[in-house]
Each structure stands twice: as structure tokens, then as C-alpha cells.
Design a protein around this ligand. Structure first.
Ligand code: S3P
Length: 450
């Protein structure tokens, strides 16, 4: 079943060579945060390059429901007239965040320290994901929450009328949890402190500083200690959203496994908290170059050039790298199938609670297509078959998960008999131009009859 209406079965056929330039969409994490921080500023924030995927559009609708004026001016060009920190009004309707964990968790954070009540829901995938990881720290600020068994959505949050600041060590490596606490801390007096043992993506910290908040990060024996001064007046910004390294992963990996390919993926942010996949691919022997490496808006940016790499070898992916490539394990497992030897991926328990249980979703589909996979609660190992030896030919379940759908499409481009997807519709949550972009490079992907 699809969350977005009728399922769209697709077939990815053996393809190649893939050649040309892949202009991937704007970064999903930064797009959500641009709308949310714009809504929490006083005045007009201007955004270009916004990802217009379903996840981000749901966040735009939510910001309107809390009182911000959010307007689209052209492709990727948006403005947000914010209401200021503490200025949210109570929404009249339930807030539907669709498929987006980032959307719902960040928005719960930023309304939880205002004296308003809101009810949140989502699709079947989102409503099965754990939310106590966010509502627990929000309770420390004084917010109350009422949800389904196991901390599942729909959840109603009654924001704290008199919030207190919080010092919170995140029990799981999650940028969404960290960000929810920081956003709640904006409307609490005094200092809110978040401590994370493992560094997760730091877009919230960078962007809060950019919007004028006083926020510091210190590396200590406990981990990263992030301190935010409450009740700032956030100043509207002009934001150019960089392109998403998590989306770039798909054309890059497709090029590596399809014969004769040479693909340029320009303007990709290589923030070290996001770029773990590219380091891993290079360690596996990928012909992947960072061209025109430069700095933009304080972040490293490069044009990625990926070429067919027939001699990939399996590796041990360091557990401490997991947070910097957490969304990329599904497509890495596909590349691992085309490498020789085993690729072992430890320290990845969080993959079990993403849009789907991503270890189970990928292991099941890889096995159906002729690849051996071993797994435990927080690790998995793919037994590579080497280029030219991956059978394919089976139909996989995409489980309302965009990255599962795109990963198996990439597998189909390289496998001997292609791969069928039961439903490609989830792709629109983060990469609405995936099909035309891949087709433009020479990939063969078509919508098939149900
Ligand atoms: C995100 C954080 C990650 C990531 C998600 C986007 C963010 O989730 O998987 O796609 O923008 O903060 P977790 O915080 O659950 O690790």
C-alpha cells in the first residue's frame, strides 16, 4: 500500500553506461530547518534551492498552521514571514507530517515551550516510529504529551506555559532528538544544554548561530556539549540550500556499478557529519573524485565525479562512522553486493527505526535478488558477488520508504535481470525528480502495471 494514494510499481532495468550531469535536489535536513527557523524569526526569510519533496511541503503547511506566512515564489524559491520565538499560535487542525520523522520531531520541539496545544499524526510508517525519544526530553521543559501505546503518533502535546531550561544527554545518536531539544530551548529562559556522545549532523547548531542565536559547542570527555541561550530574537536570513549528499548517493552509486559510467554530481555539501558514505566508497576502491573542492557558507563543497568501478572490494565500515552516513547504508549495501568479499556494517541499531526497519527491508530484498546477507540487532554483513554476478529479477517491497525504493532501483541498473519495486511512490518524499534525472543519465526505469 502507498501512503501517497495508489502504489506505483516500477522496474529498474539493467542500464549503462550512465553519463552526464546529475543536478540533485536541495538538502532535506537544511530545507526543513530553513522553514522552521524562518517561522521562528521576526520578519522575512528568503530561501532558494528548497527541496520541494513531500516531507518538506508537509513542514511548510505545518508552519502555516502555527501562524507563519509561507509562500512559494518559483521553483525552489520560497519566503517565510516568521512570528518570532514564542510567537506560535495554536493550530486549528491536526498537524499531518506525512512520512517525515524530521518534520514531526523538530516541530514538536519548537511548539513544546509555548502555551499552546497541538496534535500530530503521519502516515503508517511515521505512526509506527518511536516518539518517546522526543517527548521524554520535552517533558523536562514542562510539556505534557498524550499518545498511543509505545509513544507512537498520533500524539497531542500541551506546551509548557512556564518552561524551564534543560540539560539533556541524548540516549541515542539522533540529530532529530538533539534538534528538538534545542528548538524547545529557544523559548525557555536561561541555558539549555544538549550533550551527545557521538557527533550527529550539526545543521541545527550552524543554522541557529546563523539566525543570531547564541550557541556554543565544546568537545569534552562526555562528548559534544552544545549550549544555547534561551529567548533570543532570531533574525531572518537569506538561505541558499545546498544540494543533498544523501540524494547524490544514488546517482553516484549507480555510476560505480554500471559499466562505462562517468557521472558528474555538482555542488554537493561535504560537511563531515554527512559525508561518511563517500569516504567508505573510496575505501572500497570506488573511482570517486572530489573536483573543485571549495568552501561555501562555511561548509566544504565539491563536484563529485563517479566512474564505473569494476574492482570494488568489501570492507569493515567503522561503527563510529555510522552517524555520518546513517541514511546511506541502504544504497551502500547495494554497492557491497557488487563488490568482492564481505562488507560488515556494525553499530547501526538506529537503522531499525527509520522510515522502515532498513536492515530488514534491504536484507529481505537483497536475498530475494540472489545476495547473501547476515544480520544481528545492530549489524549486518553483505556477501559481495562481484561485478556482473548479481542476479536480480525479483520484486521487492519498498515499505513506504523512499531510500529503500531508490536503493533497489540502483540495484536494478546493475543487476543482470533488473529489479522490480512493488511501489515507487515513496521516492517523492525526498527526490521527486529521481526518475527523469536517472533516465537523463541513461538509466532505464519505468512505471509498470500493478
Ligand atoms: C535527520 C536526522 C537523521 C536522519 C534523517 C534526517 C535530520 O535522523 O536519518 O533523515 O535532519 O535531523 P535521526 O535523528 O533519527 O538519526
Amino acid at each position: 500500500m502507498s501512503a501517497h494514494g495508489t502504489p506505483i510499481p516500477m522496474t529498474a532495468h539493467p542500464s549503462g553506461p550512465l553519463t552526464g550531469r546529475a543536478d540533485v535536489p536541495g538538502d532535506k535536513s537544511i530545507s526543513h530547518r530553513s522553514l522552521i527557523l524562518g517561522a521562528l524569526s521576526v520578519g522575512e526569510t528568503k530561501i532558494t534551492g528548497l527541496l520541494e519533496g513531500e516531507d518538506v511541503l508537509d513542514t511548510a503547511r505545518a508552519m502555516r498552521a502555527f501562524g507563519a506566512e509561507v509562500t512559494q515564489h518559483g521553483a525552489g524559491a520560497w519566503s517565510v514571514f516568521g512570528v518570532g520565538v514564542g510567537g506560535f499560535s495554536e493550530p486549528e487542525q491536526v498537524i499531518d507530517c506525512g512520512n517525515s520523522g524530521t518534520g514531526v520531531r523538530l516541530i514538536m520541539g519548537c511548539m513544546a515551550t509555548s502555551p499552546i496545544t497541538a496534535t500530530f499524526t503521519g502516515d503508517a510508517s511515521l505512526n509506527s516510529r518511536p516518539m518517546a525519544r522526543v517527548t521524554d526530553p520535552l517533558a523536562l521543559f514542562g510539556a505534557q504529551s498524550y499518545g498511543r501505546k509505545g509513544g507512537r503518533l498520533p500524539i497531542t502535546i500541551v506546551g509548557a506555559a512556564d518552561p524551564v531550561p534543560v540539560r539533556y544527554a541524548t540516549p541515542v545518536p539522533s540529530a532529530q532528538v538533539k534538534s528538538a531539544v534545542l528548538l524547545a530551548g529557544l523559548n525557555a529562559p536561561g541555558e539549555t544544554v544538549v550533550i551527545e556522545r557521538e557527533a550527529t549532523r550539526d545543521h541545527s547548531e550552524r543554522m541557529l548561530a546563523g539566525f543570531g542565536a547564541t550557541i556554543t559547542t565544546e568537545q569534552t570527555a562526555e562528548g559534544r556539549v552544545i549550549t544555547l541561550q534561551g529567548r533570543p530574537e532570531l533574525k531572518p536570513q537569506t538561505i541558499v540550500v545546498p544540494r543533498d549528499p544523501s540524494s547524490a548517493a544514488f546517482p553516484v552509486c549507480a555510476a560505480l556499478i554500471t559499466e562505462g559510467s562517468d557521472v558528474l554530481v555538482p555542488n554537493i555539501g561535504l560537511n563531515p557529519t554527512r559525508a561518511g558514505l563517500f569516504t567508505t566508497l573510496r575505501e572500497m576502491g570506488a573511482d570517486l573524485d572530489y573536483e573543485n573542492l571549495r568552501e561555501e557558507g562555511g561548509e566544504p563543497v565539491a563536484d563529485l565525479r563517479a566512474k564505473f568501478s569494476p574492482n570494488l572490494t568489501g570492507i569493515e565500515v567503522p561503527a563510529e562512522r555510522a552517524a555520518s552516513m546513517i541514511d546511506e547504508y541502504p544504497v551502500l549495501s547495494v554497492v557491497a553486493a557488487f563488490a568482492t568479499g564481505k562488507t560488515h556494517m556494525p553499530g547501526v541499531k538506529e537503522l531499525r527505526v527509520k522510515e522502515s526497519d532498513r536492515i530488514d527491508a534491504m536484507a529481505t530484498g537483497l536475498r530475494l535478488n540472489g545476495v547473501t546477507v547476515d544480520e544481528g540487532e545492530d549489524w549486518w554483513t553483505v556477501h559481495g558477488l562481484g561485478h556482473g554476478n548479481v542476479p536480480g529479477g525479483a520484486t521487492v517491497g519498498t515499505r513506504l520508504d523512499h531510500r529503500i525504493a531508490m536503493s533497489f532501483a540502483v540495484m536494478g541498473f546493475g543487476a543482470n535481470a533488473g529489479v522490480h519495486l512493488d511501489d515507487g511512490s515513496p521516492i517523492a518524499t525526498s527526490f521527486p525528480i529521481f526518475e527523469p534525472l536517472m533516465t537523463g543519465l541513461g538509466a532505464r526505469i519505468e512505471r509498470t502495471q500493478a
